[in-house]
Design a binder for this molecule. Structure first.
Ligand SMILES: [Zn+2]
Length: 362
């Protein structure tokens, strides 16, 4: 909840009101021409619990998901409202189609849906947050319905057709998809930047004086011990194959990116600096440079891509002056979904097209 509030406050500071609910794109890709005020926010100082450490929709999660025919995304408009972009028509509309609905009562089909959108076995799940903690909700016949026994959930993930959830008291639980089997896996787990993948739960815990330690829990073991795999890190991202990280310790250059395998072994320095906003697909790493120590850094703010075997030079694909963006590489698509200065964009992965699907003041 704390992290969500943080996310909301940050988002709120960038937003004006969304004055109408429907935005129809004219179908013409806009030239990239963004004139916005530079925002300098040291994101690394902010607890990033609600920002998931991965941003690809092949491994879903976050405030965005690809349903196949549409893109669902959560927008802060005084409160969080769920929007949907229909790929075939290019129309963006609120998910709730009731024109007079304020989306703040139980009668709304998307009542209090705040994000954590994921697809599991073709079904869509999201977090319904009510006060401190919430419920996992499943989309059934156009309405989000609470999954039973999921009270107190703060964030959840899916792996191998099971839902894994962190509760507000730091307990890691599992739920089967019908909600009738729920188990406690471990208590007092690290809950910052958490994620479940490949049979493991990952999370950051404070490492006194030296930033964070990345720890994991083997979900398949009978005993669920917390194993620290990389100490002294500032933050991390992962594509499920590698862990990308920066270190907090002085023997490593500030802002230098490294990667390891998923066990934290085989540490390698890679030719990318000053990024912690990353998205991944099968071939490329997409990254947003934000050198907080030098805001005049020549490559600052823009989005680049580089092949994940580093056989290519970095390519500039999108220019922005914003230090706070969110991006998702839409899996099996030619586009990135990018939230930039509170506008919502589809940016082609090769940088040739940009398409605003929802302006913050339409
Ligand atoms: Zn509504």
């Amino acid at each position: 909840m704390k992290a969500l509030v943080c996310f909301v406050l940050l988002t709120a500071s960038f937003l004006l009101l969304l004055s109408c609910t429907i935005y129809i794109d004219d179908g013409i890709f806009d030239d990239i021409d963004i004139n916005i005020t530079m925002q300098v926010t040291n994101v690394e100082d902010i607890p990033l619990m609600y920002i998931l450490p991965h941003t690809m929709t092949g491994i879903p999660g976050g405030t965005f998901c690809d349903t196949g025919s549409s893109l669902l995304f959560a927008v802060f408009d005084q409160r969080i409202v769920l929007y949907e972009y229909y790929k075939e028509t290019g129309i963006t509309d609120t998910f709730c189609k009731d024109a007079v609905c304020q989306h703040n009562t139980r009668s709304c089909v998307a009542y209090s849906i705040v994000g954590n959108l994921i697809t599991v076995d073709g079904e869509i799940y999201a977090l319904r947050e009510i006060g401190y903690g919430g419920n996992i909700a499943k989309l059934v016949d156009g309405r989000f319905v609470d999954v039973e026994n999921t009270d107190g959930v703060q964030m959840f993930f899916s792996w191998d057709s099971v839902l894994y959830a962190i509760t507000t008291d730091g307990t890691l639980m599992s739920f089967n998809l019908s909600g009738n089997d729920h188990r406690i896996i471990a208590t007092e787990v690290p809950i910052s930047m958490s994620w479940v993948y490949g049979g493991y739960y990952y999370g950051l815990e404070a490492d006194i004086d030296l930033g964070y330690a990345l720890s994991r829990i083997n979900l398949l073991d009978s005993i669920h011990e917390i194993e620290t795999i990389i100490p002294n890190i500032r933050t991390y991202r992962t594509d499920g194959k590698y862990i990308y990280l920066t270190f907090s310790s002085r023997e490593h250059e500030h802002g230098q990116l490294y990667r390891t395998d998923m066990a934290g072994d085989n540490l390698t320095e890679i030719p990318i600096m000053h990024t912690y906003r990353m998205a991944f697909d099968d071939d490329y790493i997409y990254y947003h440079i934000s050198n907080m120590l030098d805001i005049t850094y020549e490559n600052n703010k823009h989005i680049y891509r580089i092949k994940n075997d580093f056989s290519s030079e970095p390519e500039l694909i999108y220019q922005t002056k914003n230090s706070w963006i969110t991006m998702y590489a839409i899996y099996k698509s030619d586009y990135l979904f990018v939230i930039d200065d509170s506008d919502y964009w589809l940016i082609s992965k090769d940088g040739t097209k940009s398409h605003r699907i929802l302006p913050f003041a339409s």
